[in-house]
Design a protein around this ligand. Sequence first.
Ligand code: FES
Length: 112
Amino acid sequence: MGLRDKDITINIIYDGKEYGLKTYSGEYRSLMVLIYDNIYTEDFGQCKGMGRCGTCLIELLENAAGLSASDRNEETTIKKMGMAGLTVRLACQIPVNASLDGILIRIIHELS
Ligand code: FES
């Protein structure tokens, strides 16, 4: 199977709509970039992947067990936002690879 096969399906809920986006490993630098390129989300990904702004916050809903763990910077940003303990991640810290296949996430866009 070639790298170019769009064999990863990422399901995203945003603003009451569900999107089923197809991609392949390495097409996008991160889940944040994939979302930014495919769905119009106001103010999403403002720090362009530095892990500091928190505007790329997503909630993991289904099939997220294979994701790599968040690092300390990501945890700090999420804690600062008062979201610690919830099943949330920064999309810019999640690489696009096969571990995302079949995942269901929700974009959290109402930030204070
Ligand atoms: S883009 Fe800023 S924290 Fe992810």
